[in-house]
Design a binder for this molecule. Structure first.
Ligand code: FES
Length: 95
């Protein structure tokens, strides 16, 4: 898992089972840099407050704890997932 910049967007790339997925690299809660997080099953876990995002869709699968939601007055929202195509050993991301 690592991050790249494409067309002014910070994008996370992750390979699972031979397939490459791309989604926003910055957490929608408080800007955690997701490539520094962990992966569990098909979810990327934010390194800051542990919200989880499904890598194929960018949807939140586990939000921040209720106390954190109260303290920050904000919760994580769905991220954008991008189409990925591999052509001649190059990764193309549709932004
Ligand atoms: S910054 Fe990602 S869960 Fe808070």
């Amino acid at each position: 898992m690592f991050g790249v910049a494409v067309g002014g967007n910070a994008i996370l790339l992750l390979k699972i089972g031979g397939k490459i997925y791309a989604m926003d690299a910055v957490c929608s809660h408080y800007f955690g840099y997701l490539p520094k997080g962990d992966v569990k099953d098909r979810a990327v876990i934010c390194p800051v407050h542990k919200a989880q995002f499904e890598v194929t869709t960018g949807k939140v699968v586990k939000n921040v704890p209720a106390l954190m939601k109260l303290a920050t007055r904000k919760e994580a929202t769905d991220l954008r997932a991008y189409e990925v195509e591999v052509v001649d050993n190059s990764i193309r991301i549709k932004v």
